[in-house]
Design a protein around this ligand. Structure first.
Ligand code: DAT
Ligand code: MG
Length: 140
């Protein structure tokens, strides 16, 4: 297996709830290394590029609204198969169905009306990771 990098976003709900430390702890405990980290409030242009694949879907506008509602911690993590590995740590998209032991399964709340709040983002492929890291950390 080869060393990869992935983009992790600790989303505004997780920052607001004070879960950044707990989430980074899990990433580091798994053996992944932090390469870059920045707390920032994303603007529309960045979020439109980041979520381009979801444009036109019914949850797109609420998703972007949510993602710019407060600061996110953007992180680049590195390790063997970290792209797949972080998504396994995160759990499935809907926190209610996410397995216990995962970030979303242990810490996520029922979506209810706020369907887009699921604590973290992780790149889903090497292509996505390269694209997303370029968007959030253009100097890296
Ligand atoms: P993931 O974040 O697990 O990669 P995704 O890329 O399909 O999931 O969707 C991006 C985000 O959009 C997801 O984290 C939460 C939100 N979302 C996805 N599907 C949704 C849905 N059916 N209703 C509301 N929000 C949704
Ligand atoms: Mg995704």
């Amino acid at each position: 297996a080869q060393t990869e990098r992935t983009l992790v976003l600790v989303k505004p709900d997780a920052v607001e709830r004070g879960l950044t430390g707990e989430i980074l702890r899990r990433v580091e405990a798994k053996g992944y290394r932090l390469v870059a980290a920045e707390l920032r409030t994303a603007d529309d242009a960045l979020l439109a590029a980041h979520y381009a694949e979801h444009e036109g879907k019914p949850f797109y506008a609420p998703l972007v609204d949510f993602m710019r509602s407060g600061p996110v911690l953007a992180v680049v993590a590195e390790g063997q198969r970290v792209i797949e590995g972080f998504r396994a740590l995160a759990g499935t998209t809907d926190p209610t169905g996410a397995a216990p032991g995962t970030i979303r399964g242990d810490l996520g709340r029922d979506w209810g009306l706020a369907v887009q709040q699921n604590l973290v983002h992780g790149s889903d492929s090497p292509e996505s990771a390269a694209r997303e890291i370029g968007l959030w950390f253009p100097g890296l």
